[in-house]
Ligand binder design. Sequence first.
Ligand SMILES: Nc1ncnc2c1ncn2[C@@H]1O[C@H](COP(=O)(O)OP(=O)(O)OP(=O)(O)O)[C@@H](O)[C@H]1O
Ligand SMILES: [Mg+2]
Length: 407
Amino acid sequence: MTSIEMIDDWLDRGTAILKNRDTISKDIETLPPRVFKGQELAKLLGLSSVNTVYKAEERGLLNKPDRQSRSQGYVLEEVLERMDHFNALPWREPEEPPIYLSVTNFKGGCWKTAIAWNLATYLANQGYRVLLNDLDPQATISDFMGFMPDYDVGYEDGIGPYLLNDPDFPIERFSETAIHKTRIPTLDIIPGCLDLASVESTLTSELVRYLHAGESEQVMAMYQRVGQVLSHVDRNYDFVISDGTPSLGVLPMNLILSSDIALVPIPCEVPDFSSSLRFLEMLKDYIVSFTDNLDITPYLPQLAFLPTKFNPGKHTKGSEVVLNDIRHTFTDTGLKTVIKRHDSVTHTLNYVKRTVFEVNPKDVDVPRDALKKAVMNYSAAFEEILETLIYPRWPSKKAILEDMGVY
Ligand SMILES: Nc1ncnc2c1ncn2[C@@H]1O[C@H](COP(=O)(O)OP(=O)(O)OP(=O)(O)O)[C@@H](O)[C@H]1O
Ligand SMILES: [Mg+2]
């Protein structure tokens, strides 16, 4: 028989192991920050060559980094300083809206968290100001970003108190208590923790009361709480990116309904494709029931389908067949890029808690070729997302692309 004491024992031992895992924490602490150099740096600064940067440094227009050789490259803080100097910061115009983007599907393990985390670190490393909202009680992204859930951060360090209208947490304190700086200067995080599960059940009980009383406006407000809280800080960011749980409970529905864009990862595997269709069916039923029972038509975000787990080969023919099915189903809203399996990269980088956009090839024990392929694959997907889903919402960017003949 399993007793509560036994579970307590396992928890104590497991947590002690996690906290004291010396080798891992050393690997993480000593990992140098990512540097930018050469053509990649020139591209970020909108220049044809980095020599222009060196000249500006020689003329005293920019601080010269205190290093022996320029070939060592520049860390993101220095890149941002240079972007500012060359008027190359990619930020939206102040009057343009920040974009709320969530990654969602009730299919578990379809790479939602990996995509949200990679996307957030990609955009932040491009110089965009990003707020990452971890609404998953598993809090994987928070852990990866250095906030060990339930130990480093708990209920009072996240969005929970504000969703429950906790009187000790007036909304004016939201920035101070819930938003935390990360190791990436352009990326802030609202960390998650296990308590989000009880926040969700409290919200669900409240929702059920309003539903029984037929109070339509209150019901709708329950689904808009997350968006409402985030609207107090969103002007500081270009992107608010949220990761949630594989369900259609009140919190994931909040994420969907507060998003401008909901990315739906769909695995190129036979049973997963069918679950993704069920997800859409349930989402539709949800929305229809609002309209039928409460006379409310909620705003649905732009859904964009991103094929994942693509693994073609002699023994995995299903992958190509399902990709074909996805293409034929989402003819107008499916992304062209497909996220492939990058097992060797993912396993090693999860160990040091970094994405492919945060490491220098020489600092990690990953085959260079595999790392390069993963960077190219994610970058292609995210560039496509920027071009097809984001820039059309920002007139300043749309105009530049129109001039280039993209639209
Ligand atoms: N491109 C990839 N190649 C190989 N493995 C990957 C890739 N992307 C993610 N994974 C791994 O697959 C596993 C599941 O991914 P992830 O946690 O992102 O899924 P999820 O949809 O967020 O799951 P959940 O439904 O539990 O929230 C993780 O171990 C992750 O590291
Ligand atoms: Mg997840």
